[in-house]
Design a protein around this ligand. Structure first.
Ligand code: 6PG
Length: 243
């Protein structure tokens, strides 16, 4: 692996197994360093986390005791029930938390049975109790879409213009349904942010983020510039090809 600094955070380039291992190590190192009694780790959606869960479980990379010492959630969610294959937290439960027997009181899904605005507000209150004021996740995992979205912050989304100073929100994303998501304010309140993005399909998007004009409303992942000192990008050579 090799690393360099960018305006958007530390960029680490490596192979998929190296990046999978490093993302785990980053999370566990943050866990080990914290003096807080609760440690909040937000997973994310997309294809990369699903592969990562399989790798963690099949290679026995995370022990049940380690997993049980962490409060688990997801940084964004579709407004669907947990048993839907579309549910980010549902997938995390099925592929990671259940295989590792993580106690149910360590699992913190979004309240998807409620209307979106109430669901976002209820989640905000739960996170306030778990993390304390002015803080969201200790570790926030993110991915990036080929349109440069991250979490459920898509190009043009109103939350990128004004999130009302709230760390979590909900909105309808044209063509994608209702989404619940950490906001730009919420991202700035995270301890560590790890963005894992892999494959040639992400090369143009990564180039737009790191080399293009600063325009976070249309290039949402650029919002990470506002908290770059706490952001680590984990990318493979294919994704980094145009940097
Ligand atoms: C989701 C996400 C989304 C995801 C990216 C990248 O719920 O789908 O949170 O932001 O991280 O689309 O997904 P891949 O891992 O498939 O590249």
């Amino acid at each position: 692996m090799h690393a360099r600094s960018t305006d958007f955070g530390r960029l680490i380039v490596g192979t998929k197994p190296e990046l999978f291992q490093h993302s785990l190590e980053l999370g566990l190192a943050a866990r080990a360093q914290t003096e807080r009694s609760r440690f909040l780790w937000a997973l994310t959606g997309g294809g990369t986390p699903k592969e990562w869960y399989q790798w963690l479980v099949s290679e026995k990379k995370l022990s049940a005791a380690e997993a049980a010492s962490i409060e688990w959630t997801v940084s964004d969610e579709r407004h669907v029930l947990l048993n839907s294959p579309e549910s980010n937290f549902g997938n995390a439960e099925r592929q990671l938390l259940e295989p590792l027997n993580v106690p149910t009181d360590r699992r913190h899904p979004w309240m998807v049975a409620w209307p979106v605005a109430e669901a976002a507000e209820a989640y905000r209150k739960t996170m306030l109790i778990l993390a304390g004021p002015g803080r969201t996740y200790d570790v926030c995992f993110l991915g990036m879409g080929d349109d440069c979205h991250t979490a459920s912050l898509f190009p043009g989304t109103p939350l990128l213009l004004d999130d009302g100073g709230l760390p979590f929100g909900g909105q309808e994303v044209p063509g994608k349904g209702w989404r619940l998501t950490i906001t730009p304010t919420g991202l700035r309140q995270c301890g560590l942010i790890v963005v894992m993005t892999l494959g040639a399909g992400k090369a143009d998007a990564l180039h737009r983020v790191m080399r293009g004009p600063y325009d976070p409303v249309n290039v949402p992942s650029q919002i990470l510039k506002t908290c770059a000192e706490r952001v680590v990008w984990l990318v493979d050579e294919a994704a980094a090809a145009k940097l």
